[in-house]
Ligand binder design. Sequence first.
Ligand code: R1P
Ligand code: URA
Length: 243
Amino acid sequence: MFLPIMQIHSEDIPSYAIVCGDPKRAELISRKLEGAQELAFSREYRTFIGEINGVRLAVVSHGVGSAGAAICFEELIRAGVKTLIRVGTAGSYSEDTPAGSLIVSTAAVRTDGLTRQLVPEGFPAVGDSRVVEALYEAALEQGGVVRKGITVTLDVFFQGVLEFPHKQYKQAGAIAVEMEIAALYVIASLRGVRAGAILALDGYADADLAAVYDPNVDVVALAVEREIEAALRAVVKLSILDG
Ligand SMILES: O=P(O)(O)O[C@H]1O[C@H](CO)[C@@H](O)[C@H]1O
Ligand SMILES: O=c1cc[nH]c(=O)[nH]1
């Protein structure tokens, strides 16, 4: 089957996939694979395949925002992907998790527009427990600050006249904010596949702390390296469990 938006053939796509927003990050991840091959670069969707410790996987960029990312998740699932792992960045809600920390998302708050058009309001966006645990274990092996918990998926990056909802979600226990995990978890549930997500924190999302925001620093680049390593190890762990 040919997937027309990502311009890939389902026969080429393995059952494990790592997804990330940035096409450059997809290339960075592909450099860690044995026999890496670029299959397509269509719109924001850049697709590589390769192997890690004998396990075949795809590495694909999904761009910024839930609507575009959903196309990537849906086409990968149509191509036969059964396990999706998002390797992203996020803004922190707590000084306990500064830039450079890693977060594993157990579930996502659905403040996005996309999932409202897919499922009813109260439907949860939850990560697969085996994928989440494999990611958390692999992230702990990388060292540094690692937390798991609820993340917020927002459509907005630059604020308008309305307040960001960060304060209320932080008070309710959320630990970070990004822009695609709710879409990933809802679509995985709808289509009967499993998904998890790991995030490198690139600064503080809270308005009070925003003055110090700068994602282009070494500590973030190093955290991205650690989350990539953790995600690849998680794929290997899951493939062993899957037999
Ligand atoms: O680093 P990525 O994976 O793109 O993730 C985060 O970064 C982008 C915003 O800068 C959004 O896509 C957000 O979810
Ligand atoms: O969506 C995002 C991604 C990274 N950092 C943020 O503050 N927000």
